[in-house]
Design a binder for this molecule. Structure first.
Ligand code: 2IT
Length: 445
């Protein structure tokens, strides 16, 4: 394969879609050798077919605010690949949302979902709607208007959306209510539902718990544990909350969280009360983390900065794509970081990943480390299909087992001659082989 040729072609076809091209580049680079060793892939033009979504729905979302003003947003659903199961992936509501971002997320989701071992294809959706500062009624009207378009192309065996940045339990509820009304069925089409209407225990915690279980496996390889490890997190949303809970349970110390306004340094470490407060902070509907230091004055707020300047053993970016760049990576390495685990999707820039690889720092990419969220979504689908609920212990045990198996897959395909584990390569190859082989089996479609 000529990776460069395919990329140049994509750049011409999709100029300016920088996040999407970044995600494709990373995957193609990792799978080049496997691809060249298996001419059946090239013969079936697997890469050329895999990098273009099956289809994209773009729609207008019109809604009215509480003052009676009309607003127009853009809505999207990118159905990327369904070779191994229904399209599956979240809905991001954030002003930065555009097609490039949803295509990068949908592309990543294909490999991530394949790694979970569950039958789920890849998709992603969203809108440039900003939920911050909106009332519950405004959120409801937006979600209802969004679903008035989306419902035509989703279904429990066709496409199963879920939450992502800006879409939590409240939004899933409003979306589900409208879908149910339009489709006249209660079949669990979305995941991340409320517990008494088809949701799964552990789903809210799953991304964070899963990433922590994955990190536990990385530590175990070195005969180590979380005990007394200093951990820097970014973000203060659902994912950060889940990581903090589990890291502390396993004996680690979480000393940073962050928002778009800056970061909080809490040298004493987060505890149960502070983690609980994250829920209140998130629910406050303001996109700022600084109020933390008003409630816990022993912590410091550092405005306008990212937490990667703070010395730590383990860095876990948990906010948004490209939040940790080459300079941040150099700072972390200089300060002695031992592990870096992407919990956000594509949280590290290519320069940062290069620096970690170069410095032989174990680095886990998001599509492996954060797969616990969608894995428990898959388990929610299983429970809905069976019309039965598993206990917290059952779901957690399955999540644990899935994260260990993803780690195993990374070792299998990512161990280099000198023993360094290239988790990026491992995750990309393992995910790719599964999807590519399914596409081969199913013919040219
Ligand atoms: O990025 C992700 O994996 C998610 N936002 C979760 C997707 C899902 O379908 O649960």
């Amino acid at each position: 394969m000529k990776v460069q040729g395919i990329l140049t072609n994509l750049e011409t076809k999709h100029p300016g879609e920088k996040e999407y091209l970044q995600a494709v580049h990373e995957v193609l680079e990792s799978i080049e050798t496997i691809y060249n060793e298996n001419p059946q892939y090239e013969a079936a033009k697997i890469i050329e077919r895999l990098v273009e979504p099956d289809r994209i729905l773009t729609f207008r979302v019109s809604w009215m605010d509480d003052a009676g003003n009309v607003h127009v947003n853009l809505g999207y659903r990118v159905q990327f690949n369904n070779a191994i199961g229904p399209y599956k992936g979240g809905i991001r509501l954030h002003p930065s949302v555009n097609l490039s971002i949803l295509k990068f997320l949908g592309f990543e989701q294909i490999f991530k979902n394949a790694l979970t071992t569950l039958p789920m294809g890849g998709g992603k959706g969203g809108s440039d709607f900003n939920p911050k500062g909106k009332s519950d009624a405004e959120i409801m009207r937006f979600c209802q208007a969004f679903m008035l378009e989306l419902w035509r192309i989703i279904g429990p065996s066709a496409d199963v959306p879920a939450g992502d940045i800006g879409t939590g339990g409240r939004e899933i509820g409003f979306l589900y209510g409208m879908y149910k009304k339009l489709q006249h069925e209660n079949s669990g089409v979305l995941t991340g539902k409320g517990l008494n209407w088809g949701g799964s225990l552990i789903r809210p915690e799953a991304t964070g718990f899963g990433a922590t279980y994955f990190t536990k496996e990385m530590l175990k390889l070195d005969g180590d544990t979380f005990k007394d490890k200093v951990v820097c997190l970014s973000g203060f949303g659902n994912v950060t909350w889940g990581v903090a809970l589990k890291v502390i349970e396993l004996g680690g110390k979480v000393i940073t969280i962050s928002g778009p306004d800056g970061y909080v340094l809490d040298e004493k470490g987060l505890d149960a009360e502070k983690i609980n407060y994250l829920l209140a902070l998130r629910a406050s509907n303001n996109d700022i983390v600084s109020p933390y230091v008003e409630v816990f004055p022993e912590a410091k707020f550092i405005p306008g900065k990212k937490p990667w300047e703070v010395p730590c053993d383990i860095a876990m970016p948990s906010a948004i794509q490209n939040e940790l760049d080459g300079i941040d990576a150099e700072n972390l390495i200089k300060n002695g970081v031992k592990y870096v685990v992407e919990v956000s999707n594509m949280g590290c820039t290519p320069e940062a990943i290069y620096a970690f690889h170069n410095g032989k720092i174990p680095f886990a990419p998001g599509k492996a480390a954060n797969a616990g969220g969608v894995a428990v979504s898959g388990l929610e689908m299983s429970q809905n299909a069976m019309k039965l609920n598993w206990t917290k212990e059952e779901v957690d045990a399955k999540l644990h087992q899935i994260m260990s198996s993803i780690h195993e897959a990374c070792l299998k395909y990512g161990t280099e001659d000198d023993g360094y584990i290239n988790y990026v390569k491992g995750a990309n190859i393992a995910g790719f082989i599964k999807v590519a082989d399914a596409m081969l089996d199913q013919g040219v479609i």
